[in-house]
Design a protein around this ligand. Structure first.
Ligand SMILES: [Zn+2]
Length: 261
């Protein structure tokens, strides 16, 4: 009788253990599934959303419009001013800061970005991550110090306006350059209909415009963040954008973003 009870008890323990293991496995799958679902739904949302049209312009000190490459001089710090930021919800301003300041990367399935081939590609969420990565590759030890200021001495000025662009644009970047030295002196980003943009779209459009600020022109590939109309299901900074910047800042003398699919 005693042995029977022992056997019964150990069987019961085994059953409990099996239930716990199954529970953990199912929970693990559920978590993984949720994470994947979230990424996919964000990507699908972006694909369905109205495309964000952009334009950029490079002008010298005389006001001539120019179509060639320009780059920032080597520097330790960069100051950014967001004009009228107090007129907008904190979450919207945080979205702007995220697109600039994040150092995080994300892996996205190539098939979702119409690259056809299997596997995943790395994307950067924010420009700080890209800039520090490029500085590291170039042997610059100190990361770039990026700060936000309310003073007028900023290098980059972001203006948010509720008015509509006559050309139906969501964002415009205008860089003032020194023609002889091929350097960017100051960049101005304007975001139109800022009150109507969702926080996510604000983040995406700032991410695109900041690519122009860094010196990039538009990409030839529709699936890239730097395509003139942002329609990519993966609106993040691609390896292709990073390669183009590396080329520009290592004497490549071009701002073109040419992506191989
Ligand atoms: Zn653009």
């Amino acid at each position: 009788m005693d042995d029977y009870n022992k056997l019964k008890k150990s069987l019961r323990n085994t059953q409990i253990l099996i239930v716990i293991i199954i529970g953990l496995v199912v929970f693990g799958f559920a978590l993984d599934f949720l994470a994947v679902q979230k990424t996919v739904s964000v990507i699908e949302e972006n694909a369905q959303a109205k495309p964000l049209k952009t334009q950029y312009l490079v002008q010298n000190l005389k006001g001539d419009a120019l179509e060639t490459w320009y780059a920032w001089q080597p520097r330790e710090s960069l100051k950014i001013q967001i004009v009228d930021k107090d007129n907008y919800p904190k979450e919207k301003i945080d979205a702007i800061k995220k697109a600039i300041m994040s150092t995080e990367t994300i892996q996205i399935d190539n098939r979702l970005v119409f690259k056809g081939d299997e596997g995943t590609s790395t994307y950067w969420i924010g420009w700080k991550g890209v800039i520090d990565h490029l500085r590291e590759l170039r042997g610059i030890e100190e990361p770039l110090e990026i700060s936000f200021t309310d003073k007028d001495d900023a290098d980059i000025i972001i203006t948010l306006t509720n008015s509509k662009s006559g050309e139906g644009l969501s964002g415009v970047t205008n860089s003032l350059v020194n023609d002889d030295e091929r350097t960017i002196l100051r960049s101005y980003i304007t975001i139109y209909e800022a009150d109507l943009l969702s926080n996510e779209h604000m983040e995406i459009i700032i991410r695109h415009e900041f690519g122009h600020v860094a010196g990039l022109a538009h990409a030839t590939a529709p699936e890239d963040l730097m395509y003139p109309v942002i329609q990519t299901p993966a609106p993040f900074i691609s390896e292709c954008d990073v390669d183009a910047l590396m080329h520009l800042y290592t004497g490549g003398k071009t701002s073109q973003v040419i992506c191989e699919s």
